[in-house]
Design a binder for this molecule. Structure first.
Ligand code: ZN
Length: 340
């Protein structure tokens, strides 16, 4: 089968890979209908994280079940399925509390490489959720978004306690930040401030439900959010970048008693204890337990109540995965969908 491999920063190739097979009785193998390039895939691509290449790429996927192990009971051959970027058993204490991304048996799907024609999914019963039937073609991008960016943005909005009567500010205008805008809107937030300097992303944020755009960042961005909130700061702030500047911008944009939902993968962020103490804000975040939200998100997409698939602004054949990485790296695309 064909699959994407990263050899070194900036060097992605699509090559022949071994087609995956059932290795454990709890595995499923799916034929991938669509996969995509994640903002976090750009970290090794840019050399921010080391690459010991060649390594398979991709952790977001939807597809059709091709084969199941003897112990798999909740999905069957032919089902259309969505899974999250962590495989999880969904039965351990951590999973049952709703934190499947830290399941005691968690497997990072990126290590198996979803940017490929076929994918082995460990712990299939816990990881995969079948859709009610075969989706219409135009629903596929939205279902794929649920696999990571929508689920992550949704978790961030829930962690930040976005809801009716609340003002929500979103730091970060990548796919996750944009999905957090959609989630905050759907959760009933009264006002949603998207912090973005890019016109195409501002437009998408407004489409997804943002009511205000703030183009300033850092301390100036914080000032603008305070101006818009009677000097208090937002009730709920979503951090979807992962840098020192963005994290501090999020904390400082939050009013005392407010909540920060942080989902940007942290890179050397160090929080000043004194400031954190007196900020009196609640910090909740980390790797999103997307599996917790998948049934609800699939239902909303199936009923066409949300359209997160609009976040994909470039679709390429899998063979052109390298172009997809480059387009996202150069910010020519928000999110690239790959079709095997
Ligand atoms: Zn578990």
């Amino acid at each position: 089968m064909r699959g994407a491999l990263m050899y070194a920063p900036g060097d992605v190739r699509v090559e022949d890979r071994e087609k995956p097979v059932i290795e454990a009785p709890t595995d499923a193998v799916i034929k991938v209908t669509a996969a995509c390039v994640c903002g976090s895939d750009l970290h090794p691509y840019r050399g921010v994280e080391p690459v010991d290449g060649p390594v398979p790429m991709g952790h977001e996927y939807v597809g059709v079940v091709e084969e199941i192990g003897d112990e798999v009971t909740t999905v069957k051959v032919g089902d259309f399925v969505v899974g999250s970027f962590w495989a999880s058993d969904n039965t351990c204490d951590i999973c049952r509390a709703g934190y499947q991304s830290r399941c005691v048996h968690a497997v990072l799907m990126g290590t198996l490489g979803a940017q490929a024609e076929y994918l082995r999914v460990p712990l299939a019963d816990g990881t995969l959720v079948a859709t009610p039937g075969q989706p219409e073609e135009d629903l596929v991008p939205s279902l794929l978004a649920a696999s990571d960016v929508l689920g992550t943005g949704w978790y961030a909005a829930v962690a930040a306690e976005a809801g009716p009567g609340r003002t929500v500010a979103v730091v970060g205008d990548g796919a996750v930040g944009l999905m957090a805008v959609l989630a905050a809107k759907r959760l009933g937030a009264e006002r949603i401030i998207a912090m973005s300097r890019h016109e195409s992303r501002q437009r998408l944020a407004l489409e997804f439900g943002a009511t205000d755009i703030v183009t300033e960042r850092g301390d100036e961005g914080v000032e603008r959010v305070k101006e818009l909130t009677d000097g208090l700061g937002a009730h709920s702030v979503i951090e979807a970048v992962g840098t020192q500047e963005s994290m501090m911008q999020a904390i400082r944009s939050t009013r005392p008693g407010g909540h920060v939902g942080y989902v940007g993968v942290s890179h050397d962020v160090a929080l000043p204890g004194d400031e954190l103490f007196f900020a009196l804000v609640d910090l909740t975040g980390g790797p999103a337990p997307v599996r917790r939200f998948l049934p609800e998100l699939i239902d909303l997409i199936w009923k066409r109540e949300i359209d997160p698939g609009k976040v994909f602004d470039l679709t390429l054949p899998l063979e052109e995965a390298a172009d997809g990485f480059e387009a996202m790296d150069r910010r020519r695309a928000v999110k690239v969908l790959l079709k095997p």
